[in-house]
Write a protein that binds this ligand. Structure first.
Ligand code: SF4
Ligand SMILES: [Zn+2]
Ligand SMILES: [Zn+2]
Length: 378
């Protein structure tokens, strides 16, 4: 049984029923057969450990707990408040489930969903509903920030803006356009940080998984983006008192393992992909990494672990002054959030984008901003 090729197959979206079928036929016993008497239903990609359903679920939970404790991400029974960034996707749904399994009562948890205004396939509405229902299921207080309401712009608007640039052949503006995902990331980061700080949370947990982290590492490596490469792994180390530490408990759990965990635990999540995901160049890199994983099984976890253990300390050493500058305690003159200039990059971006929308209005006499009411997608 070539598991690594299955690893690749599953990543090719929703072929995972085939994947399951092949595991059922693998005919291996659980490593702990003597205690559980069950056949194996999963093989951990980097260790070859064949496990039954129950032992697989426990293996994932054990690895997550170990990382939480090792990195001191958060501590139960210490009056800490954890904010989970909920998206309705499999990563954050699994994260909520694992945290509630590990800490059923002894941790104060709330969730925040960022409504990005992506109407294709009802993407934003459906993901918000799934996230909210899952939080209700666990009695987790659920909050929503609607970027359209707060900033007058959503991700569909930004996509429309890009399309106008293309149609009008505004090459300069098109080149300056950073891509839907880049703006989306900045909306999410800024609002999650701000919300967590203002509401007194002690940590923010996100569902980033090993596959995402390894891909972003490769991307920054290829771009020789040393500032990004110097950024922390599973837990942020910001010294700024205005930034709540960010933690990634699923940092060493692969996308495949998360999908299988969701399947075996019947965890609901939005199976459809964001319509803008495919446009992201990083997606191609992910496919390449998964292909490498096919013939170098365990490569992804080894390379990510190795980077944070061996290479990152060297990069950090070399870039200490820049890192300190990034963590400076200046406050943005517009929004009051920490920045290393006068105005934070989020406010600068918002100002620039509004100017671009005005320009389209004035030059082409078309308003491309969508309506505020997202409950009636057209
Ligand atoms: S794929 Fe891009 S646009 Fe879609 S939710 Fe993710 S970051 Fe946002
Ligand atoms: Zn077992
Ligand atoms: Zn600002």
């Amino acid at each position: 049984m070539v598991f690594s090729s299955l690893f690749y197959t599953i990543s090719k979206r929703d072929k995972w029923k085939e994947f399951l079928e092949s595991i059922r036929n693998m005919g291996r016993k659980c490593k702990f057969f003597e205690t559980c008497h069950q056949p194996a239903v999963f093989q951990i990609p980097h260790s070859n450990l064949a496990l039954c359903k129950q032992h697989f679920l426990e293996n994932v939970e054990k690895r997550v707990r170990k990382l939480i404790e090792k990195k001191h991400m958060f501590h139960p029974n210490r009056g800490e408040k954890l904010l989970i960034a909920a998206s309705g996707g499999k990563d954050s749904q699994v994260l909520i489930s694992i945290i509630k399994t590990l800490y059923p009562k002894d941790l104060d948890i709330e969730a925040l969903y960022i409504e990005l205004g992506i109407k294709t396939d009802n993407y934003s509405l459906d993901s918000g509903k799934i996230a909210e229902d899952w939080c209700k299921h666990f009695d987790i207080p659920f909050h929503t920030i609607n970027v359209k309401k707060d900033y007058g712009i959503n991700i569909d608007d930004l996509h429309n803006l890009k399309e106008i640039y293309k149609k009008s052949n505004w090459q300069y503006d098109l080149q300056a356009f950073r891509g839907e995902c880049s703006y989306c990331g900045s909306f999410k980061r800024y609002n999650i940080n701000k919300f967590a700080y203002e509401r007194g949370f002690t940590a923010v947990a996100t569902g980033h998984n090993l596959t995402d982290e390894a891909t972003s590492l490769l991307n920054n490596f290829l771009n020789q983006n040393l500032m990004f490469l110097s950024r922390p792994g599973p837990k942020s180390k910001s010294e700024s008192k205005y930034l709540v530490p960010r933690v990634k408990p699923l940092f060493f759990i692969s996308e495949l393992e998360i999908t299988m965990y969701a399947y075996y635990k019947n965890i609901p999540y939005l199976p459809t992909e964001c319509p803008y995901a495919r446009q992201s160049p990083v997606n191609k890199l992910k496919e390449v990494l998964l292909e490498i994983e096919e013939y170098r099984k365990g490569n992804m976890i080894a390379y990510t672990r190795g980077f944070y253990k061996k290479l990152q300390p060297i990069i950090n050493e070399a870039y200490q002054s820049q890192i300190r500058a990034e963590q400076s305690e200046h406050l943005c003159t517009q929004c009051g959030r920490p920045t290393f200039g006068k105005i934070c990059s989020f406010c600068k971006t918002q100002r620039y984008l509004r100017k671009q929308f005005r320009k389209v209005d004035e030059k082409l006499h078309v308003s491309i901003l969508t309506q505020n009411n997202l409950s009636n997608p057209s």
